[in-house]
Design a protein around this ligand. Structure first.
Ligand SMILES: Nc1ccnc(=O)[nH]1
Length: 183
């Protein structure tokens, strides 16, 4: 499977979120080389005093499976997300029975995929799940950089994620100066 083709489609969802002032995360669920559900982050725009921590792109894509015209067969599905899934989403993905997760940009502040699952209940502990990081990472990083650079966007402003993202962009800018192969 060509991971970059499907990650591009997840990035389209992330751009859709970005254009609406939302935290720029997008997700697609692929089965047998075809996108059967997608989701874009919601609940984070403007100066809401309350941001939704339920409306993550991954949860919205999992929800969208309900109205997909393709029958969902989890063992044949791959989930693509432009940011590493958080704990909530990683648990939901495991519960859904999906066995492969591909993401673009690591979530150093709230990522859930590095969790040591050995002490969790059997359903989580025994899940066989493969995580593929950093597919089209730079494209996703650039979107987060642009998000944090806009004064109107308040979600996770002045956070570890913001400072890490601005740092990473500076670093990748430097690297690109001497290595044109970096994406
Ligand atoms: N992985 C994610 C982090 C934050 N928000 C999302 O929708 N997804």
């Amino acid at each position: 499977m060509d991971y970059e083709i499907f990650m591009e489609q997840a990035l389209e969802q992330a751009r859709k979120a970005f254009d609406q002032g939302q935290f720029p995360v997008g997700c697609v669920i692929v089965q047998d080389d075809r996108v059967i559900a997608s989701g874009a982050r919601a609940g984070t725009s403007g100066d809401l005093s309350f941001f939704s921590e339920i409306d993550h792109a991954e949860i919205r894509a999992l929800k969208a499976l309900e109205s997909s015209d393709v029958r969902f067969i989890p063992e044949r599905a791959v989930l693509f997300c432009t940011m590493e899934p958080c704990l909530m989403c990683f648990a939901a993905i495991i519960l859904a029975g999906i066995r492969t997760v591909v993401f673009a940009y690591e979530d150093v502040m709230g990522g859930g995929t590095g969790l040591d699952r050995r002490h969790l209940a059997p359903l989580y502990r025994d899940a066989q799940i493969t995580v593929v990081p950093h597919v089209l990472r730079k494209k996703s990083l650039d979107l987060f950089h642009d998000f944090f650079n806009k004064d109107a966007n308040l979600y996770w402003k002045d956070s570890l994620l913001e400072s890490y993202t601005l740092d990473q962009r500076r670093e990748s800018g430097n690297k690109q100066g001497c290595n044109s192969e970096i994406k």
